[in-house]
Ligand binder design. Sequence first.
Ligand code: UDP
Ligand code: MG
Length: 309
Amino acid sequence: MTIQYSIIAPIYNELENLPELYRRVKEVMSAAGGTWELLLVDDGSTDGSTEAIRALAQEDKHVRPLIFARNFGHQVAITAGWDYARGEAVIIIDADLQDPPEVIPELIAKWKEGYQVVYAVRAEREGETWFKKVTAAAFYRIIYRITDVKIPLDSGDFRLMDRKVVDVLKTMRERHRFPRGMSAWVGFKQVGVPYKRAARYAGVTKYPFNKMLKLALNAITGFSYFPLQMATFFGFISAGLAALAIPVVIIMRLMGSQFFEGQATTLIAVLFLGGVQLISLGVLGEYLGRVYDEAKGRPLYILSEGPED
Ligand code: UDP
Ligand code: MG
């Protein structure tokens, strides 16, 4: 049997959201027409979501469980979904119902018009802290500025992708992943659909600040050399300043000024340069660490239970 639509939902401790997610997806997809499957990727949940996913799969053959051996992260869970999805169109959706399943038919309509990536754009966000909104807005704009791929502003992972696109994405096995950037990078015919991002149905965010920071680093390092180029930039600035300072100091000395005497000046200059050098080294380390991770060639994720088990 060919499957028309695959819906991928990454699950990390979303026990209270699972029944509602299933109910609403089922309702929407039954009305949409066409065969469908719901891939529930359990990213190392510890709250009983795993058992709930198993039970849903027992009850309804539309549901296919992918159970990770531990928490590998949201981006990797999406990747596992891509690997196992069989649909002609693949839809990624958050399990907390912040991305309303009712938007899926709009994505499908655009796909039927011939678009191969249909991303949902957050026209409004509900029930999120001002801190999250401000950092998210800044994040999208910085990424847009400094990376080579034009990742659409305010679009998250909620999107539909054609089989052709997913087959390309499946070959991109980078370890530090930024799926929405990857799906912008591949090209194809893309279009955005605005939607209102709802508040979480239940539970709290599984994206604390450190995870957000990691994702931002993945996005920047994965799609740009900008931080590396900053080191060169600062190098030229410091060297230029030093070159300018030499004649200035000589002239001031000749004129009898005491201005540049003493250890404080030296200390500040040394600390400044030391700081710039250490930061540059850190930036280099970020990239080097990523190269090292790639070199190890470990699997992206480990399944303790696949959909066919
Ligand atoms: N998620 C995941 N693994 C993680 C963290 C989150 O699979 O390590 C899932 C989570 O269950 C949800 C989606 O990723 O379905 C988005 O997470 P969340 O809603 O917590 O992020 P936010 O919407 O607050 O950015
Ligand atoms: Mg959420």
